[in-house]
Write a protein that binds this ligand. Structure first.
Ligand code: F6P
Length: 324
């Protein structure tokens, strides 16, 4: 392998810069020419590809976002888009790609690799933690820290006013952020996309809390919850349970920004290092991931399979027990 390009695609995640830095420096250390593709797959189509040296990734470990920029590129989903991207890779003599992103990124990479034989290694970078083959995805830990910092602040004012707050967190199909944040912030209830919780059940729980002298209550709602978002749930609850003054906060994109935690900086560095080593070892269509405290490879196809097992059963049980 002589020339490797790295890109970030889909939603950004804190720790992506640590991964980019590790990919670039590991490649250069081994005498490989390194390139950065700007704006994810969009940059492959527009030929926005630049050489990167060791200094081009200096002082970025602590930065959120991604120095390579990112995009959700619809054109790369088409045959024409993939064809143009391949021609641009050939023009730049690039023989392998490291893609950092989530399920959309990996779906695109798999098809591209299968069609054109380009070697690809994936790094799981998404705050959603919804990929098989890595206990933690890049950005997930930082996002949870950001969420609990916000909830701690809301708890202060909720308690001062004896209010009920519904707080919506990210996770279109994944309740991972919601579940962990609920344990870490001591939320009274959590609504997950993977678990059906009726409004009646929720009201029963909140009523019990009120009867046992809870002065304030916090309900975390994952954005993908089947009964609706935080505003919908708050409205439905208020129709029959009006014990508390009720407020809603949507945390939104603040969950995606910020300086990565030490965990995400180290994870990004480990995964970037492992991705280039995997390419050197001749691997392709694999994702590097964290398994226990070791780095392992999982095929990209497997990484994209169902992920609901990622909700730890003991945490699920604790949401009922510890919130009484
Ligand atoms: O996949 C990461 C994520 O932050 C999801 O949790 C969320 O549903 C989605 O991206 C939001 O995407 P966008 O930034 O494109 O609105």
């Amino acid at each position: 392998i002589k020339n490797i390009a790295v890109l970030t695609s889909g939603g950004d995640a804190p720790g992506m810069n640590a991964a980019i830095r590790a990919v670039v420096r590991t490649g250069i250390y081994h005498g490989i020419n390194m390139f950065g593709v700007m704006q994810g797959y969009q940059g492959l189509i527009t030929n926005n590809i630049k050489p990167m040296d060791a200094r081009s990734v200096s002082n970025i470990l602590h930065l959120g976002g991604t120095i390579l920029k990112t995009a959700r590129c619809l054109e790369f989903k088409t045959d024409e888009g993939q064809q143009i991207a391949y021609q641009n890779l050939k023009k730049n003599n690039i023989d392998a790609l490291v893609v950092i992103g989530g399920d959309g990124t990996f779906t695109g990479a798999k098809r591209f690799s299968e069609t054109f034989g380009v070697k690809v290694i994936g790094i799981p970078g998404t705050i959603d933690n919804d990929l098989v083959g890595s206990d933690f995805t890049l950005g997930y830990d930082t996002a949870i820290n950001t969420v609990i910092e916000a909830i701690d602040k809301i708890r202060d004012t909720a308690d001062a006013h004896d209010r009920l707050f519904f707080i919506e967190v990210m996770g279109r199909d994944s309740g991972c952020i919601a579940l962990r944040s609920s344990i870490a912030s001591g939320a009274e209830a959590v609504l997950l996309p993977e678990r059906a919780t009726s409004v009646e059940e929720l009201i029963k729980k909140l009523a019990l809390g009120a009867a046992t002298k809870k002065s304030s209550s916090i309900v975390i709602v994952a954005e993908g919850h089947k009964q609706g978002g935080a505003y919908d749930i708050a409205k439905k609850v208020k129709e029959t349970f009006d014990h508390y003054d009720t407020k809603v906060t949507i945390l939104g994109h603040l969950q995606r920004g910020g300086s990565p935690s030490s965990f995400d900086r180290i994870l990004g560095s480990r995964l970037g290092f492992a991705a280039v080593n995997a390419l050197i070892a001749g691997e392709t269509e694999q994702m590097v991931g964290l398994h226990g405290n070791a780095i392992k490879l999982t095929s990209i196809s497997e990484a994209l399979t169902a992920h609901s097992f990622k909700l730890e059963p003991d945490l699920m049980e604790m949401t009922e027990v510890l919130s009484i």
